[in-house]
Design a protein around this ligand. Structure first.
Ligand SMILES: Cc1cc2nc3c(=O)[nH]c(=O)nc-3n(C[C@H](O)[C@H](O)[C@H](O)COP(=O)(O)OP(=O)(O)OC[C@H]3O[C@@H](n4cnc5c(N)ncnc54)[C@H](O)[C@@H]3O)c2cc1C
Length: 397
């Protein structure tokens, strides 16, 4: 088996990379260890409407609900409303993630990429320390897949990255431990994604309610790893649901648990190797949203692979066009939001209440992130010292 690129993982990062690499003329194989793409779903299923502009998906089968915006609740219940455009990565649509992922895979296949399911990458294939492909197991069969480029799209704490010597394992302070119910028989007539903050509600994270329809929603929680202990996210989520008059009579039809990197990214390029998506930690450290970044980075990765194949150059320098490209697209935003996450972690609930109260009447469809930071500083000059590093980065984003 010999390909220009072998992509490990058929999540959105993998299939979008494969699609654009194949469209650019590369011979691509995607291997996926699961038996069905996108299933089981491990996601809140919120995405930004930016994906409309990119036109990467056909039709509307993948859309469950269209959102008007986000409502953020401080611990005392003060609400700040943001338009879908301003709210960031997760607000725009609530999707059927399994169909969404399968549609992206269909587009990759249409472009000429081959997809092999039930195929688990087990180690890198190397020759004198040079990466020349991957070893994999498919049922009882051992495979050696040769490729000029190995693309690690194998998700959080990427093994492909680790096998190449990149530290993809996460410090608990940079990892959100999450769980989620899909609840039916609840009232979700308002098309808003709701976020609940507070040290008691979700230490270092938040509770979300993402409506999939008028009587059904994903209700989940993320708690920062170093502030969590075994079973804590589920217990806090159960408490939140039983204390909420609308949710407490809901019936769960799905439960899931997973982890999200809320960390600074790792290096995403080496000789003959590229990492895309969660494997490169391209997730927004504030919201935990990663899907749109997978799509943006995957396109740049795929096009870079196409050019590398054309030139028959697979060294780090040639592939660095990808790293420069994704950093230009959203690298500064990730850096700023990581700093913002660290600053917010220090805030007590009463500070969050005070901040929410002071900005609750601002029209957020008219204000940029930089404008929001400025508004906070104007109202609370004592915040200036804490927020000063952000002012510089925000003005550039
Ligand atoms: C509870 C939860 C809620 C979330 N909610 C949202 C949200 O609302 N909005 C949002 O934007 N993001 C959300 N995220 C984050 C989002 O799901 C990820 O950012 C996104 O899935 C990353 O895509 P990916 O392709 O990089 O990795 P993944 O989607 O994780 O795909 C990796 C794929 O690689 C395969 N794989 C792994 N190892 C191997 C191997 N050795 N061989 C072969 N295949 C392998 C896996 O089976 C998997 O299919 C959430 C995450 C969690 C856990």
């Amino acid at each position: 088996m010999k390909y220009d690129a072998v992509v490990v993982g058929a999540g959105p990062a993998g299939t979008v990379t494969a699609r654009f690499a194949a469209e650019s003329g590369a011979k691509v194989l995607v291997i996926e260890r699961r038996q069905e793409i996108g299933s089981p779903v491990l996601c809140g299923e919120g995405v930004s409407r930016k994906i409309d502009e990119w036109g990467m998906l056909d039709g509307k089968r993948w859309i469950a609900n269209k959102m008007e915006g986000a409502r953020i609740y401080s611990p005392d219940g003060t609400m700040v409303k943001l338009s879908a455009e301003m709210a960031g990565n997760e607000t725009g649509y609530v999707v059927y993630r399994d169909i969404f992922d399968q549609e992206l895979a269909r587009k990759a296949s249409e472009a000429g990429a081959k997809i092999l399911m039930n195929t688990n990458a087990t180690e890198l294939l190397t020759e004198k320390d040079k990466i020349i492909g991957v070893k994999a197991k498919r049922y009882d069969e051992d495979l050696e897949i040769e490729a000029d480029i190995v693309v690690g799209c194998d998700g959080v704490e990427s093994k492909i990255g680790q096998w190449a010597g990149i530290e993809t394992r996460l410090d608990p302070k940079d990892l959100e431990t999450c769980c989620q119910y899909t609840l039916t028989n609840i009232d979700c007539k308002d098309a808003f994604c709701d976020f609940y903050l507070g040290k008691k509600i979700a230490p270092g994270g938040y509770v979300w309610i993402f409506p999939k329809g008028k009587d059904i929603a994903n209700v989940g929680i993320g708690v920062l790893g170093n502030l969590s202990e075994s079973g804590m996210p589920k217990k806090l989520l159960d408490d939140f649901i039983s204390n909420n008059p609308n949710l407490k009579n809901g019936n769960p039809i799905r439960f899931l648990a997973g982890a999200v990197p809320v960390a600074n990214p790792v290096e995403s390029v080496r000789d003959n190797l590229i990492l895309v998506g969660d494997s490169a930690r391209q997730v927004d450290p504030i919201t935990g949203g990663g899907i749109t970044h997978c799509l943006e980075a995957g396109k740049i990765a795929g096009e870079t692979i196409g050019k590398a194949v054309e030139q028959q150059q697979f060294d780090k320098e040639t592939l660095s066009v990808y790293e420069t490209g994704w950093k230009e697209a959203f690298g500064k935003k990730l850096k700023r939001n990581y700093m913002l996450k660290e600053i917010f972690l220090d805030f007590e609930d009463k500070t969050l209440n005070m901040l929410a109260d002071s900005i609750k009447d601002i029209k957020f469809d008219e204000i940029s992130t930089f404008g929001l930071v400025k508004a906070l500083v104007l109202k609370h000059p004592t915040l200036l010292m804490k927020l000063r590093p952000l002012m510089k980065i925000s003005s550039e984003v």
